[in-house]
Ligand binder design. Sequence first.
Ligand SMILES: [Zn+2]
Length: 141
Amino acid sequence: VESMSVSARSRIMRAIKPKNTTPELVVRKALHASGLRFRLHVSELPGKPDLVLPKYNSIVEVRGCFWHCHACIGERRPRTNSAYWLSKLERNVARDESNLRSLRRLGYRVKIVWECELHPDRAAATLERLFSWIKGGVVAQ
Ligand SMILES: [Zn+2]
C-alpha cells in the first residue's frame, strides 16, 4: 500500500536524523570518559568527520545503518517510492566513499562505527575494539 507521500516521509526522516544521534553520543561519552581528546564535526575536512583525534591521526565516523546503507538493513529498505529512496541512499554511499578516500589521502586513519554495533548488547565490545584501534595510531612526538 502506498501509504505515505514523499514529503511526509521526508519530514519524518528529517525528524529522526538529528545532528547528535544517540549512537554518536555513545561513542563521544565513551571516548571522553577514557580521556581521549577529540574534535567534533571538523568542517575543514572532507565530509565534516564526526570525531577527529589529532594525537592519534585518527578519525571515527559513526554511521546510521539506514542512511548509509549498512548490510544489516537488507530487507528493511523502504518500499514506498523506492526509486526515490534508492537514489538518495546511493548518493549517500557515493559521498561516504569519496570522503573516505579524501581523508585517507590526507593521511588520516578512518574507522567506521555502525549504529547496529552500538546496540546495548554489542556496545562494550565495539568500544573496546575502537579504543585499541585508536591507541594503535599514536603519533610519535
Ligand atoms: Zn548496521
